[in-house]
Design a protein around this ligand. Structure first.
Ligand SMILES: Nc1ncnc2c1ncn2[C@@H]1O[C@H](COP(=O)(O)OP(=O)(O)OP(=O)(O)O)[C@@H](O)[C@H]1O
Ligand SMILES: [Mg+2]
Length: 225
């Protein structure tokens, strides 16, 4: 087994004084490389916070976070943006598609930005698997919430990052589409040895992940059964 992310003594608090909210308290855990790990826990327990910290979008208060053998907690802003651009793909809870770009331009955005050649076969595969055929030239405001979410998933996968953070990527989808997205993510982990950390409230889906992490009372721990 190879470890992709190893976290030790991670703590995060928002606010101070009477607005203080301790979200994560002295959490230690690891995430296996090339696997799909589901992250579960009650609303407000800190799932998005944890994804943002591991994805280099939010600083932790304390702790050591090693990703691919590199500590990320002391990186500068520039180093963090390199880390994000080179290693990670993100599906945000609220999609955040670029409004002035079509679905296809959104999907290829990171890869285009990096000056890579388009890969039409891979694009076609993603569009097919995510049921986006015929919607490629629409703008985000012309897509339903679920369609936008599927574009956001394609966008996170298209440039084949080593690590994919997916914050409730199936939240706006019906059961069948949610299943399809889940299996697509699992397939990506298998085929490309990508490490995928996916937030879900669907325990049925979480059970089919390779691993499950649970956040409860400020702690992160492996969940079995
Ligand atoms: N910027 C912030 N400032 C202050 N408190 C915050 C901030 N962001 C989140 N919180 C609080 O931290 C806690 C964890 O929030 P977080 O968004 O990580 O939860 P979550 O597990 O993703 O919830 P959900 O399942 O509803 O998306 C919540 O109590 C939230 O109100
Ligand atoms: Mg959240």
């Amino acid at each position: 087994m190879e470890v992709c992310m190893e976290v030790e003594h991670l703590s995060k608090t928002y606010g101070s004084g009477h607005t203080e909210r301790k979200v994560l308290e002295d959490c230690s855990f690891f995430i296996e490389q090339g696997k799909l790990t589901a992250l579960v826990g009650k609303s407000g327990c800190g799932k998005t916070t944890l994804l943002q910290i591991l994805g280099g979008l939010l600083p932790a208060d304390q702790g050591v976070i090693v990703v691919d053998g590199e500590e990320i907690q002391n990186k500068t802003d520039d180093e963090l943006s390199d880390y994000r651009a080179q290693k990670t793909g993100f599906v945000f809870q609220d999609c955040e598609l670029l409004p002035d770009y079509t679905a296809q331009e959104n999907i290829c955005f990171v890869s285009d930005l990096q000056g890579r050649l388009r890969n039409p076969e891979w694009l076609e595969q993603l569009v097919e698997s995510l049921n986006l055929k015929g919607l490629e030239n629409r703008f985000p405001q012309e897509l339903s919430g679920g369609e936008q979410q599927r574009v956001a998933i394609a966008r996170a996968l298209y440039h084949q990052p080593a690590i994919v953070f997916a914050d409730e990527p199936t939240g706006n989808l019906d059961t069948r589409s949610a299943d399809e997205v889940f299996w697509l993510l699992k397939d990506c982990a298998n085929r490309f040895y990508q490490t995928i950390l996916m937030v879900t409230h669907d325990l049925g889906l979480a059970k089919q992940a390779d691993h499950v992490l649970l956040i409860e009372d400020g702690k992160v721990f492996p969940y079995e059964g």
